[in-house]
Write a protein that binds this ligand. Structure first.
Ligand SMILES: Cc1cc2nc3c(=O)[nH]c(=O)nc-3n(C[C@H](O)[C@H](O)[C@H](O)COP(=O)(O)OP(=O)(O)OC[C@H]3O[C@@H](n4cnc5c(N)ncnc54)[C@H](O)[C@@H]3O)c2cc1C
Ligand code: FES
Length: 278
């Protein structure tokens, strides 16, 4: 499941910021190209440690296609380091080490229906898996994308979501917790979409990413509609330091999110996930 990372995982390589896209008021997508050498391979679901010089280092999932020459990352400004990265302009440099962690089971899902369930920024780590499934569309059964955010103005990648929605071979459902006057779509939380989504409950693989509380409710909703827990994968988040299983900062029960995750199978973490704020 894990792609080859750079030689010394502790040493950040220097990357130049290419195209920058301000997605939302607090969220930016950046293309990062190595100053020297090729971009390392990665698999959908993996993350890099991005280092804003003089500020600090944070974990950020790859949000772009595997076949590009740059890494694409979508960063939300929630604190000092993410703010520094989200404000970068084209031509600036950042440190980057990675990729690290486990990946979405895109290959082993072939033949089954694939359901993506995303909450808010959780669409970013799922996007490379969506690209890969759509690039090999005939190898999968139904493809369903269920996406929710707090407000319409927080919906990520709106243009792309619209393109996916236009396809006859993809079913896209979007919901918001709080509608505004211009919103004519669903209102409610993402897990509620699961009950009415059309997919084979007994032959599907479900990939879930979003705030932990949303993932907990989603996993329970999937269980209620008879999806086996070993067919459900979640991307977990914990504060990272070393990112290679040495420091213990990202401990999640007996596991380390940096090396045993971030993508984890629900049946293996159900007990720990049921305990809030562990
Ligand atoms: C595997 C992984 C993948 C991630 N992918 C992305 C991504 O694609 N895009 C993105 O914007 N962010 C992503 N994050 C979250 C990102 O790493 C944190 O937002 C960042 O570390 C915050 O650091 P800061 O210095 O900006 O803010 P801080 O000052 O450290 O924190 C600001 C606030 O965010 C909270 N916070 C800090 N770290 C986390 C965390 N890991 N999870 C939840 N809350 C946190 C703090 O409790 C505090 O309330 C990912 C995290 C992990 C572990
Ligand atoms: S971040 Fe150090 S063990 Fe995971």
């Amino acid at each position: 499941m894990t792609a080859v990372a750079q030689a010394d995982p502790f040493v950040p390589q220097i990357y130049r910021v290419g195209r920058v896209r301000r997605e939302l008021a607090d969220t930016t997508t950046l293309e990062l190209t190595p100053l020297a050498g090729p971009r390392p391979a990665f698999e959908p679901g993996q993350f890099n440690m991005l280092y804003a010089f003089g500020v600090g280092e944070v974990a950020v999932s790859v949000s772009g296609a595997t076949d590009a020459t740059s890494f694409v990352h979508t960063v939300r400004d929630v604190g000092a380091v993410s703010a520094a990265i989200a404000k970068l302009e084209a031509g600036a440099t950042v440190g980057l080490r990675g990729p690290f962690g486990t990946s979405w089971p895109v290959k082993s899902a072939e033949g089954a229906d694939v359901v993506f369930v995303a909450g808010g920024l959780g669409l970013a780590p799922l996007r490379p898996a969506i690209y890969q499934v759509l690039a090999n569309r005939s190898r999968y059964g139904r493809v369903v994308i269920l996406y929710g955010s707090r407000n319409p103005k927080d919906l990520l990648y709106r243009g792309e979501m619209e393109q996916w929605r236009q396809r006859a071979d993809v079913n896209v459902e979007v919901t918001v917790d709080h509608a505004d006057a211009d919103w004519h779509g669903s209102v409610g939380v993402v897990p509620a979409l699961i009950r009415r989504a059309v997919f084979d409950r007994h032959d599907s693989v479900v990939l879930v990413c979003g705030p932990e509380v949303m993932m907990r409710f989603t996993a329970n909703a999937l269980r209620e509609v008879d999806v086996a827990p070993d067919r459900v994968y979640l991307s977990m988040e914990r504060n990272m330091k070393c990112a290679i299983g040495l420091c213990g900062h990202c401990q999640f029960g007996p596991a380390f999110v940096c090396k045993d995750g971030p993508v984890m199978r629900f049946d293996k973490i159900a007990e720990i996930l049921a305990v809030r704020e562990i």
